[in-house]
Design a protein around this ligand. Sequence first.
Ligand SMILES: [Mg+2]
Length: 381
Amino acid sequence: MSTSRSSTATDTPPTTLSAGGPSLLEVHDAVLLDLDGVVYVGPHAVPHAADSLTRAVGDGARLAFITNNASRPPSTVAAHLRELGVPAQDGDVVTSAQAAARHLQQRLDAGSRVLLIGGAGLAEALEAAGLTAVGSLADGPVAVVQGFSPDTSWARLAEATHAVRSGLWWVATNLDSTVPTPGGPAPGNGLLVQLVARAAGRDPDVVCGKPERALFDEAVARLGARRALVVGDRLDTDLQGARTAGLTGLLVLTGVTGVVELLAAAPAERPHLVGRDLRSLRDAHPGPVVERGEDELVVRCRDAAVRIGAGGASVVAAAAGPDGLDLLRAAAEAVWQARDAGLERDWRVDASVLVEPVVRSLPADTPAAVDEVGEGVGDGL
Ligand SMILES: [Mg+2]
């Protein structure tokens, strides 16, 4: 198991779980929300998302919906959200296309020509930033911007390749390797960017989408937020991005991350907080308490406790707590602390034995609980 390779960037206490105060909405003045797996899954709203966000807005919270998807204009995304009952205005949606356009706006003179490889959302963002989208190298662009569009052809990719080979500044909206489709994952912008990079022999100069910080910076600037909270379901985009941008990250268990992935999280992609779903914006988030002895580590979270020591890893007290996540918090903190300190290796501990009891302690309607019990727990840590 490669455990500490990324410890150079963040091997300090902030890689552990934090306490979140009586309610996250009392601590944070803005909430930057990932969409798929947090607010909706495909065409359906995530349970409790619309109600929780409506209440949050009623309480004065400012929301931004941040997405790596550069192909849909914000108005389209906002309309979809309103259909699901989520209070969203067009200006609340922040896309990687807008972050890319903002980057180019800061770098280039007003009206500069930019070779556009992408869809309507990216074209709209360039125009709003006062830049001129062009379709060919012969039009004299001074930069290239590449975002996802299902209509990108070989001819467009060839044009992009020629442009970046000529040395033009090259901005990618995001590097997601896949996009969700009704039939399952399909090639995303990251793979299309890779095609150009391989053909041109170089990488993009700038990437704007999660986990890079440009998208978060754009949202924070737009809201004028001082203490923004990032909410996401993916460790390697949302939560890593929150840390990169210096923001607090809340993982919700309504998307792709379950117990196995959380316990295995590298320091750079760990959340500061864990919640069941968007109701957790109003939950109290207790910080785990670590007791370190000579040959064991005990982590408590309210009434839950997990021990990792020379005799193995075990649940000392399986209390779930008010939101059902206290044992998960204790286990994650214990595994991370033991791993970061090299104790898991020294004590020859197999922390994967914690997965099954933790999954069983989760609320029954938590997707992570349902998925992992169904698939057989304990593998892959
Ligand atoms: Mg997501």
